[in-house]
Design a protein around this ligand. Structure first.
Ligand code: GTP
Length: 327
């Protein structure tokens, strides 16, 4: 079993790039492929052998505990950390870590709350332990790293630098949002202050001579920071249900929840997700989209690669392509 079994899940960001989807629901609680993003992540953590997880909440903090409770429904112990002001990623980690009793030589996983990844947590943990690293980051290789800060590594997987976005990135490896922190590295983050782990903690650890390692894994990975990538993630999980055990049963490559009324002349294409109580009238087509709870789609509507708000109504003849509708 995995030798690191405690984790923090960062779920407190405002999700500004997803506005207005995130006006009332924080990004990690948005449902994709039948479950909130956080649930997909918690189930993955549990499957890897993680037994205790702290949700580091801030923005719309009150919605997590009523859904996840103490975690027993999900087979894992869940605790909650709250912030009086948003502490940034590093501050949130330091705050949440106080809820875990970590041994002097223990390490823990940190997960960004908006990433779905099929990478091998046990292999990342092995690299961390074998190299006695302060921090071990999951890195992914992208063909064009211009939209990200890149993280070049040496042949023996040591992180060399943390570089901001640039026009000509010198490496293809980027930070994939899953870190293992040794307790000694955790102690370097000041408590009660606003700190960015990416911009402050990691560069400071490197410049003080601590070893940071990069674990590169080519498994499925998606950062759901934008509406397009959120919709794509839902499609991907439905098209490949093996990616998440939190995805309910997929039939005919689509996910249709309870009490959906679908007119026999309408079609729902591969990768679509219809939440409970959705109504679709005659001659409508839904492709690769998320249709929220109790949304009502009238007749002769076309919806492609879009996110339809729960409870909204799409009027007859509408064509919705690549849109966030009804929020
Ligand atoms: P954008 O505003 O669209 O950039 O999204 P975001 O708010 O999620 O920010 P970002 O993607 O940089 O955050 C990375 C991870 O850290 C996400 O899982 C956030 O939920 C989380 N996060 C960011 N800031 C905070 C914070 O102040 N407190 C807590 N608890 N989590 C945070």
């Amino acid at each position: 079993m995995i030798p690191i079994n405690k984790a923090i899940l960062l779920v407190g960001g405002k999700g500004t790039r997803l506005m207005p989807l995130t006006t009332k629901t924080p990004k990690p609680m948005l449902k994709i492929a039948g479950a909130p993003v956080t649930e997909h992540q918690i189930i993955k953590a549990r499957e890897a052998g993680i037994s205790e997880i702290v949700l580091a909440t801030s923005y719309l903090a009150d919605v997590f505990e009523p859904y996840f409770g103490d975690g027993s429904r999900f087979g894992i112990k869940i605790k909650y950390a709250y912030e009086t002001e948003p502490l940034g990623t590093g501050g949130a980690i330091a705050n949440a870590a106080q809820q875990l009793e970590l041994g002097e030589n223990e390490a823990l996983f940190i997960f960004n709350g908006d990433v779905l990844s099929a990478h091998d947590l046990a292999a990342q943990a092995k690299l961390h332990i074998d190299s006695n690293a302060a921090v071990t980051l999951h890195l992914v290789e992208v063909s064009d790293a211009r939209a990200y800060g890149c993280v070049p590594i040496s042949a023996d997987s040591k992180v060399l630098q943390f570089l901001e976005k640039m026009d000509n990135p010198i490496a293809k490896t980027i930070n994939a949002g899953c870190y293992i922190f040794s307790n000694r590295a955790l102690k370097e983050i000041p408590k009660g202050s606003v700190v960015s782990v990416e911009r402050e903690t990691f560069p400071a650890l490197l410049s003080s001579g601590q070893n940071i390692y990069g674990y590169v894994d080519g498994g499925y990975w998606i950062d759901m920071g934008t509406p397009e990538s959120m919709i794509r993630a839902s499609r991907d999980l439905i098209s490949n249900p093996a990616l998440s055990k939190a995805t309910p049963e997929v039939i005919n490559h689509t996910l249709v929840m309870r009490e959906v009324q679908l007119h026999s002349s309408s079609k729902v294409g591969e990768g679509s997700y219809l939440e409970s109580g959705v109504v679709i009238e005659a001659n409508s087509i839904v492709n690769g989209s998320i249709v929220g709870e109790k949304a009502h789609i009238e007749s002769d509507v076309l919806i492609e690669n879009s996110y339809i708000a729960p409870g909204s109504r799409v009027t007859s003849g509408s064509k919705i392509r690549g849109e966030i509708f009804g929020f």
